[in-house]
Design a binder for this molecule. Structure first.
Ligand code: NAD
Length: 487
């Protein structure tokens, strides 16, 4: 299949190493959000489809868990090579189905590749621990084993990176995997499966069942699926965690965010403005690590908002495949309407609308565009401060001290990321010690950890114990056995 074909594709599920047509009669159209053109239709698969996938994954697990760890890794080395060779094509596909600009999509492919790099290290990462003399003539050892069939449920905003947070490490650890990609960006997942097959992954180790909440519910209650990784919005993450754990499953559910960036009076203005513009409006604000709120401390506020508006006024808006475009569309028309609703509520609640993205024009017709929008004098009573908008809308709150800024940020119900712009070591230390967020940035805009570290949100940004990626990922996808032996 040429993934960049302009003709509309009807997607199939990937089950037991085969492309299998869904048994459903229900399909959902997938538009290119930059043009509105329908590029695919995705099956809203049935429980029958899921059953087939679970059976295939369960059968494959019996053999795959016995494949020596270095051999499993070698397949991932090959996969790494194939992802690298197909980098440009993967990036274009991300732009076509998601809307983010090509450079951002190219960067997303890198974030996915890094997950595969980390997973190739499983022969070391899976090692256990031994003590030869826990008692006289008695030794003790810990060994790690895979869990079985793991389910992965992913959001629309990172169609490559987020699935790669899950399946490379899960399968390298000896599990088999069923991915339920976002029905809004389902194409890239199929390409990932094709490349896995080309890399030599045995049939049934990786499977895809496309669809919506029925497949999610099927995964959450299936007796043959012991663990579920989820990434998506807060209400769904909470639901997935509660439902999955009530069925006795191990669940990690990464959720929404409302990230604050605190700007101190001594911040480097050029660096701060460039980073906040990227963090707030890059990927059309559809990032769980996006900067949603700027907290301007002291007398820097006037100059900062002037510079942000000036930069936003220069922003190029259009189809992310065109050279020089910075801001692409939001994912759907309905999301554009929701965003406009938030802008209206900000105005009604008394925030000062410094820059109105509703009025911007784009170079691409038919897409779902909202220009960069900036509110000043936002307060914590306002809906635009409290809720995740997930769009190119930035709120500025003014405070007098770092203490006040931290107190404000900590009142958010989310705790994914937070940033501080300053030259002061004292301020950095206070920020690190007192801020309530799991991923911190100093003088940079998007402090998303790379694959080697855990993605560490908390409060309403994460449900579970073990995060995605890093050593947490290894812990999540394995169980331990302790052997105590007398000699
Ligand atoms: P979403 O919650 O709408 O969808 C995520 C997945 O859940 C999809 O596969 C979808 O089919 C499924 N789903 C949706 N509604 C469901 C329901 N009622 N019952 C069962 N399943 C359902 O999320 P989205 O809009 O695709 O993604 C954006 C959200 O994801 C944002 O809130 C963003 O902050 C969050 N996100 C978080 C992280 C993180 O690391 N914390 C990373 C990326 C995205």
């Amino acid at each position: 299949m040429s993934i960049l074909a302009t003709e509309k594709q009807t997607l199939s599920n990937f089950i037991g190493g085969q492309w299998v047509k869904s048994t459903t009669t229900k399909y959902e159209e997938v538009p290119n959000p930059a043009t509105g053109e329908i590029i695919a239709e995705v099956p809203i698969s049935t429980s029958e489809d899921l059953e087939k996938a679970v059976a295939a994954a369960k059968k494959a697990f019996a053999k795959w868990k016995k494949v020596p760890s270095p051999q499993r890794s070698r397949i991932l080395y090959k996969y790494h090579q194939l992802l690298t060779e197909n980098w440009d094509e993967l990036a274009k596909l991300i732009t076509i189905e998601n809307g983010k600009n090509y450079n951002e999509a190219y960067g997303e492919v890198l974030r996915g590749i890094e997950c595969v790099e980390f997973a190739t290290g499983t022969p070391s990462l899976l090692m256990g621990q031994q003590l030869p003399d826990i008692a006289t003539d008695i030794e003790s050892g810990m060994y790690r084993y895979p869990l079985g069939v793991v389910g992965g449920i992913t959001p629309f905003n990172f169609p490559m990176m987020v699935p790669c947070w899950m399946f490379p490490l899960a399968i390298a650890s000896g599990n088999t995997f069923i991915l339920k990609p976002s029905e809004r960006t389902p194409l890239l997942a199929n390409r990932l499966a094709e490349l896995l097959q080309e890399a030599g992954l045995p049939e049934g180790v990786f499977n895809i069942v496309h669809g919506a909440h029925d497949i999610v519910n099927g995964i959450l209650s299936h007796p043959d699926i012991p663990a579920v990784s989820f990434v998506g919005s807060q209400p769904v993450a909470e639901y997935v965690y509660k439902t999955g754990t009530s069925h006795g499953k191990r669940v990690q559910a990464l959720a929404g965010a409302k990230n604050h960036s605190i700007v101190m009076p001594d911040a480097d203005m050029d660096l701060t403005v460039t980073n906040i513009i990227n963090a707030a409006f890059g990927s059309a604000g559809e990032r769980c690590m996006a900067c949603a709120v700027v907290v301007a401390v002291g007398d820097i506020a006037d100059e900062l908002v002037d510079r942000l508006v000036e930069e936003a006024n220069q922003m190029t808006i259009g189809n992310g495949l065109e050279k020089g475009i910075f801001l692409g569309p939001v994912i759907r028309d309905s999301h554009k309407d929701k965003t406009i609703g938030y802008i209206e509520s900000g105005v009604e609640e008394g925030a000062k609308l410094l820059r109105d993205g509703r009025k911007d024009e784009s170079s691409s017709e038919g897409g779902y565009f909202v220009g960069p929008t900036i509110f000043d004098h936002v307060t914590k009573e306002m809906k635009i401060w409290k809720e995740e908008i997930f769009a190119p809308v930035l709120s500025v709150v003014r405070v007098e001290t770092l203490d006040e800024a931290i107190i404000l940020a900590n009142q958010s119900e989310f705790a994914n990321g937070a940033c501080l712009y300053t030259d002061s070591a004292k301020a950095i230390r206070q920020f690190r010690e007192e801020i309530d967020a799991g991923m911190l940035g100093v003088n940079l805009g998007v402090p998303a950890p790379m694959a080697f570290f855990p993605f560490s949100g908390y409060k309403k940004s994460f449900y579970g114990d073990l995060h995605a990626n890093g050593k947490d990922g290894i812990e999540f996808y394995t169980r331990k056995k302790m052997l105590t032996a007398r000699h």
